[in-house]
Design a protein around this ligand. Structure first.
Ligand SMILES: O=C(O)c1ccc[n+]([C@@H]2O[C@H](COP(=O)([O-])O)[C@@H](O)[C@H]2O)c1
Ligand SMILES: Cc1cc2nc[nH]c2cc1C
Length: 349
């Protein structure tokens, strides 16, 4: 708890003076006002975050949190649970979707075992920070204890701190966990106070009638555990997941270090809701990458109040959408650092 408390205390608002002068510079560049749209907003946000008028995001890293889910035994996914472990090994080999997309911007990809059910080989290269061997079945009781939920967040904070020490300037969040759209939808249903069926989707795959069944499992989990919607940690513990807590921790850790963090799709956005519930100022450090094709994706972004920059009909997870957004953030920085002003080129309009 100490690490979480200390981290939250360090999270400050963005620098409003720096933001004001960044907007002055952006508005003085040779272009019609606001014609570079969201690139301008991202560039200004980066200045406000880093307190650097010419920010750099050259060194990027994606942290992929991997974990399993006890609720899998309720039949909420058509994929074998073992895929979580198998895929996690492939992140370190550079073979997954996020690895391929991350190559475009030279992002470093790190996988973290925060709660995979099985054991990984010692030489896997995956960072071992298992809080437990998957969550408990939330349809029957709490997914984890409050202490375990806090520990999962603190693992994420540790990972963010580690990357900052390595000189990383831009972080991204990703995850791998068969079944994790079920806890994500449970969290979102609690925070939105809506019936799970309104927002339940197929995730990475369900069988026939699977969506209705998944929604009824989620409904049962919420009824059984009665999570307190005004306590983010309680919601995470009762109907969440270890990788969701881990990603919330990465986001809080990034904010505490004044580092921008790119939020991936559905599960990452739900983790961002948990992070923002713990510390609302953390939100200013988030950049939403894409609107997941999962039905709850857009709703989660709306609740968070951050508009994703891309709609690509993607729902892979892993951090793939965040990695896709990295080159756009590079472009925003390049605009800020390389575009001339009207005065510099002697143009008057
Ligand atoms: O991030 C998203 O937008 C997203 C949407 C649907 C599924 N996923 C991925 O698919 C897995 C979860 O799907 P499921 O059906 O097993 O709950 C998990 O490994 C996620 O990375 C990811
Ligand atoms: C193959 C596969 C890859 C994934 N990556 C993230 N979630 C996934 C789920 C499956 C099933």
């Amino acid at each position: 708890m100490k690490i979480l408390e200390e981290t939250v205390q360090k999270i400050d608002k963005l620098d409003t003076e720096m933001i004001e002068s960044a907007w002055k510079r952006v508005d003085s560049l040779i272009k019609p006002p606001k014609s570079l749209g969201r690139l301008e907003e991202i560039a200004v946000q980066l200045v406000g975050i880093t307190r650097n008028p010419s920010p750099s995001v050259e060194r990027k890293a994606m942290i992929v949190m991997a974990a399993d889910h006890g609720v899998y035994e309720e039949g909420i996914s058509s994929n074998p649970q073992e895929v979580t472990l198998a895929q996690t090994l492939l992140f370190q080999k550079g073979l997954t979707g996020v690895c391929a997309i991350g190559k475009v911007s030279g992002a470093k990809i790190t996988a973290v075992d925060i709660g995979i059910k099985g054991e990984l080989p010692e030489d896997s290269g995956v960072i071992g920070r298992k809080v437990k061997h998957g969550t408990e079945n939330m349809a029957k009781g709490p997914a984890m204890t409050r202490e375990e939920a806090i520990r999962s967040i603190e693992v994420g904070i540790e990972m963010a701190n580690r990357e900052v020490k390595n000189g990383i300037q831009l972080l991204g969040t990703g995850e791998m966990g068969i079944g994790n759209t079920t806890p994500s939808t449970a969290i979102l249903s609690v925070l939105k106070n809506c019936d799970p069926l309104e927002i339940t989707g197929k995730g990475a795959g369900v069988g026939p009638g699977g969506i209705e069944h998944k929604a009824s499992v989620i409904r049962q989990a919420i009824e059984k555990n009665q999570p307190n919607p005004s306590d983010g940690i309680d919601v995470l513990a009762k109907v969440g997941g270890l990788e969701i807590g881990g990603m919330a921790g990465v986001m809080l850790g990034a904010a505490a270090n004044r580092i921008p963090v790119v939020v991936d799709g559905y599960i990452s956005t739900v983790a961002a809701l948990i992070a923002a519930a713990i510390e609302p100022n953390a939100k200013d450090y988030f950049i939403a990458s894409h609107a997941s094709a999962e039905p709850g994706g857009r709703l989660a972004s709306e609740l968070l109040g951050i508009e994703p920059m891309l709609t690509m009909d993607m729902c892979l997870g892993e951090g793939s959408g965040a990695a896709l957004a990295f080159p756009i953030i590079d472009a925003a920085v390049s605009m800020m650092n390389h575009m001339a002003t009207f005065t510099e080129v002697g143009m008057e309009i």
